[in-house]
Write a protein that binds this ligand. Structure first.
Ligand SMILES: [Zn+2]
Ligand SMILES: [Zn+2]
Length: 453
């Protein structure tokens, strides 16, 4: 029997983890500096939350959710997105009773039953932010600015911010009626999904990719002339503040986002490298969601961005070098090799090697646990000394401690600098102190270069 990861999922192996850590580190750094706190919600919720929060007439709820009954016959759904859970947590813990706004960020896996294709998985990772409690257009702009800043720090160039507004429950119905009357006469040209949407959620037609629908939509007037005063002012505010912040954007009246809870601002960040799956991250304002979930009316705005896609672009090297601080950094090419490799020869030496490895990893006499500790590897394969030296070299070890039974009896070990080939005899009792000093200087350099961790 041969086991494979389920269709549409994959393993992320240690070899590629450095890119994931890089994305996660930058997300944490940028969000924490802007006063957003990390939130971790369950990866499953009661199904009603998503049906209510995302909306019944959406692709996610209609086709893409992993929904099942648990052993107590409750309907459970693996979270297809993060916003509904964050708002649920905000309400459940009555965080609205604290001074507002409440600003969250999250990093984690989401689940959607979609046709797997390049860069699209059924378990996929997202980072996102949600800012609740403020109606100010400046809140929308901070959220968009954070997404852009994350991409900038990642060195991801070549993306574009596309902006739209979809109005509010005051003004959107007028536009919906307009859409129905414009498109109703051309129902025959529309795809099956859109014929259904025309009745229940005509706004969704605007982002349909079918050629017939695209042609029909070309005739449709944009929403702007139908907006109420409040929505128009808000949209003008967002545009003015984005410009003031120096964020360039284009207006794209076709962006509606697939989720019912959006109001006013919607936006997408697209990247040419990604082809048909060109959306890197997207979001918008959702002033009705908290109320829809049974809480006090609370405005909110946020985005979600795909980590898989960001990494796809980063791996392809797209846009690298556009941002000022995107030069290659230590560790970019993969995990760095060990500071020390300990090569024991003989049974007694093996015990000493293991002891020494743990002591070096701990660091010597440091007040902070782990500080000054080194990355240390040793032999678990019973290799000969020659084979161990070859292996240490392959790992990229910078120092090798050679422990033979004979040296052990004299209380010494051989310390070999792998870059120079210099070798000297050192008392075993001095090794931790000697190598830990070396490690501290190295660690400081790496920390400075990466700016985090
Ligand atoms: Zn409005
Ligand atoms: Zn269509």
């Amino acid at each position: 029997m041969e086991y494979k990861a389920p269709r549409g999922t994959r393993d992320i192996l240690p070899d590629e983890m450095h890119l994931w850590h890089k994305v996660e580190d930058i997300v944490r750094l940028v969000c924490e500096r802007a006063g957003y706190g990390e939130i971790r919600t369950p990866i499953f919720e009661y199904t009603e939350l998503f049906e209510r929060g995302i909306g019944q007439v959406t692709d996610i709820v209609e086709k893409e959710m992993y929904t099942f009954l648990d052993k107590a016959k409750r309907s459970i759904t693996l979270r297809p997105e993060g916003t509904a859970s964050v708002v649920r947590a905000f309400l459940e813990h009555k965080l609205y009773a604290r001074p507002q706004p409440t600003k969250f960020y999250y990093i984690g896996p989401m689940f959607r039953y979609e046709r797997p294709q390049s860069g699209r998985y059924r378990q996929f990772w997202q980072f996102g932010v949600e800012a609740l409690g403020s109606q100010d257009p400046a809140m929308d702009v901070e959220v968009i600015g954070i997404l852009i800043e994350i991409y900038r720090q990642l060195g991801l160039g070549g993306f574009e911010v596309q902006l739209n507004t979809i109005g509010c429950p005051e003004c959107r119905p007028r536009y919906r009626d307009e859409l129905r009357s414009y498109l109703g006469g051309r129902a025959g040209e529309l795809c099956e999904d859109c014929r259904r949407r025309l009745v229940r959620n005509p706004l969704r037609l605007l982002d349909c990719k079918e050629p017939g629908c695209q042609r029909a939509i070309d005739e449709v007037p944009p929403i702007f002339e139908y907006l109420c005063d409040e929505c128009r002012e808000h949209f003008e505010g967002v545009k003015a503040l984005l410009s003031a912040l120096g964020v360039s954007f284009v207006i794209n009246p076709r962006i509606v986002r697939g989720l019912d809870y959006y109001t006013k601002t919607v936006f997408e960040v697209v990247h040419s490298e990604l082809g048909a799956q060109d959306v890197l991250g997207a979001g918008g304002r959702y002033d009705g969601l908290a109320g829809e979930c049974g809480g006090p009316p609370t405005p909110g705005v946020g985005f979600a961005a795909g980590i898989d896609r960001a990494i796809q672009v980063l791996s392809a090297g797209a846009g690298a070098g556009e941002a000022g601080d995107a030069e290659s950094r230590p560790g970019d090419a993969g995990a760095p090799g060990p500071d020390v490799y300990i090569a024991p020869i003989g049974r007694e030496a093996k015990a000493e090697a293991l002891k020494l490895a743990f002591a070096l990893r701990q660091g010597a006499g440091e007040e902070t646990p782990g500080a000054g500790g080194l990355k240390v590897e040793t032999d678990f394969m019973g290799r000969s000394l020659k084979a161990q030296m070859k292996y240490a070299n392959k790992l990229g070890a910078r120092q090798v401690v050679i422990l033979g039974d004979e040296e052990l009896h004299r209380g010494v070990a051989l310390l070999r600098d792998m870059s120079t080939g210099d070798q000297e005899e050192v008392p075993i009792t001095d090794i931790v102190k000697r190598l830990s000093t070396f490690g501290r200087a190295e660690a400081a350099t790496v920390q400075e270069a990466t700016g985090c961790r």
